[in-house]
Design a protein around this ligand. Sequence first.
Ligand SMILES: *Cc1c(COP(=O)(O)O)cnc(C)c1O
Length: 372
Amino acid sequence: MLWQRLLQPVTKMNIQASIDHWVRPEIKALSAYHVPDSSGLIKLDAMENPYTWPETLRQEWLELLHKTNVNRYPDPQGAELKQRLRISMDIPEDAGLLLGNGSDELIQMLALTLAGPDRVVLSVEPSFVMYRMIALFAGMPYQGVPLKSKDFSLDLPALLAAIEQHQPAIIYLAYPNNPTGNLFTAADIRQIIKAAPGLVIVDEAYAPFTDASFMSEVGRHPNLLVMRTLSKLGLAGLRLGLLAGPKPWLDEIDKTRLPYNINTLTQVSAAFALRHESVFDEQTQLIRQGRSQLSAALNGMDGVTPYPSDANFILVRMPASRANEIHAAMRDQKVLVKNLNGSHPLLADCLRITVGTPAENQAAINALKAAL
Ligand SMILES: *Cc1c(COP(=O)(O)O)cnc(C)c1O
């Protein structure tokens, strides 16, 4: 009876009983996404751009925000921003374009559009964990095909066999891949696109740090969508991702988008940033140089194995069974990197170091040397 329930005191006990009854078991089994406290640390764990904006640009931005009103709902289509993105990312003219609150939201929209208990999401492993997580949230079965252990390249025969067997609704390929940093072979990806019965999403989150891209192939394959984000470019705080692909497909996915998902401040600020793209080009150039220097320093170090990277981070294998201890010792020296040991068998003993400023990279090298 409702009135009886209302009269019951709310105790820890009946909250737990209610949770046990109602929360989906697969959600209850999860632990919440954990972001470690990084205050006071050199933050090289999350692939952020370490550079901020020059003061003059900041002033100009603040003047623009001063003229921006937030009493009205945002532009529902984000028309001006989309136009800017088309230019800056060379999105083919006839391609459809959909914006998300980060590319994470686009992954969620894809799931909402295609979900069903027999609709498989397929990706490679190790890769970006949100592909698997969001499949789980949406009740879609997930299949992960291991990368080759030697160099994290695609195991094409295994992938083609998995496609044949599972007939996936969605295949995700991060290009370059996170957390391994490598680019897969483009010809292999094209074979996967050809063999896939459903959508293939090429996730180009790290596009600013590589010259390779599938963007120019959007429209040439009926089932290819290319996903990008502004997060790794240097606008992680704005939360803006985009999906480009055949317009009829994006029109369907757009139906699952929450109205006004891109807030006014993000629309105005991102369009402003893209009007001053050269600032970000300079920053990404610096990060690319920093990557070469960091990689050379790691290569010269005894006992650690850095992997080649086309992204703004480097995956490094530590001496056997020492990753946890080295990660903690680096943290004690105020350098926070990502510990991937234990997250996937192929990542045993691995840390992932985001490329920072030259001074931050040097601090990471020093901390690692001291920890080894
Ligand atoms: C960081 C990352 C994203 C997430 O980007 P947001 O736009 O910040 O949600 C997507 N895909 C890959 C492969 C990433 O590494």
